[in-house]
Design a protein around this ligand. Structure first.
Ligand code: XBP
Ligand code: MG
Length: 254
């Protein structure tokens, strides 16, 4: 394993509750009588990308109006307001990183294994989420950052992973991805990247047949996983476990 590529929403941090609240705050601010409850949002999360999600929802409730000329401007405006509300919720460490993320980033840095990001969210959201937990120079810690600005075509398309692989100068099989959703797993798999899945309450019911391993989270000494998984020496995922799972893929393929 020559590089570790992290998804963001649901993987680095459990962010979708904050995204859902931010969408609803934006609807209220602009006077839209839309409200996305948790059940509806869980279904809407099948559409990656906030703007794409807004357009999909609008088309389902008013296909005629969603074809109008101002649709793109309206969606861009609502999404910008939503992004402001999201930043207000996660700024300054408002949302902690998931178990194991801090530790694995430090382990990878200590071992000289490059880390990267491949997400469908925006650069603004990344900065709001990561500045506090990873420092104001957080972006310098990543050898490549693929986001909504890098790859307009969102997951499950592999575009953002292809862009990251190109910047890393690596093949998919050389890397390992960490994802939380079916869309994310499909995108990484389509880019040829073996993938570990850590589920969230929004994604635990998804299909993850192509995943190397599916876990509730990556664990930490102070928050161990409920059980050992073959390949793990401890009840949390360390770099050795990721190498073991990745090498197992290579062994099966050769
Ligand atoms: C998950 C997404 C994002 C977020 C909302 O991204 O699909 O669209 O739900 O963020 P990830 P935006 O690939 O990190 O799991 O409104 O900025 O899109
Ligand atoms: Mg995700």
């Amino acid at each position: 394993m020559q590089a570790l590529i992290f998804d963001v929403d649901g993987t680095l941090a459990d962010t979708e509750a904050a995204h859902r609240e931010a969408f609803n705050a934006a609807f209220a601010e602009v006077g839209l009588d839309w409200y996305w409850d948790e059940g509806l949002y869980a279904r809407l999360l099948n559409v990656a990308g906030g703007k794409e999600r807004l357009l999909h929802y609008w088309r389902t409730i008013d296909p005629e109006e969603a074809r109008g000329r101002e649709v793109k401007e309206t969606i861009d405006a609502v999404h910008a307001i939503k992004t402001r509300h999201y930043a207000a919720r996660v700024d300054g460490g408002g949302l902690p990183l998931r178990p194991g993320i801090h530790r694995l980033i430090a382990e990878a840095e200590a071992a000289g294994v490059p880390i990267a990001i491949a997400t469908t969210t925006t650069p603004a959201n990344l900065d709001a989420l990561l500045c506090a937990p990873l420092g104001t120079d957080w972006h310098k810690r990543f050898a490549s950052i693929g986001d909504a600005a890098t790859a307009p075509v969102k997951k499950p398309a592999p575009d953002v992973y292809h862009a990251v692989l190109q910047q890393l100068g690596l093949q998919g099989a050389d890397c390992l991805a960490v994802e939380d959703s079916c869309n994310g797993l499909r995108a990484a798999t389509a880019a040829g990247i073996p993938t570990v899945v850590t589920t969230t309450p929004y994604t635990e019911m998804h299909w993850f047949d192509e995943a190397l391993v599916v876990l509730p989270h990556l664990g930490d000494p102070e928050q161990p996983l409920p059980r050992l998984v073959p390949g793990m020496g401890r009840r949390w995922v360390d770099l050795a476990a990721l190498h073991h799972w990745h090498d197992g893929v290579l062994a099966r393929e050769n």
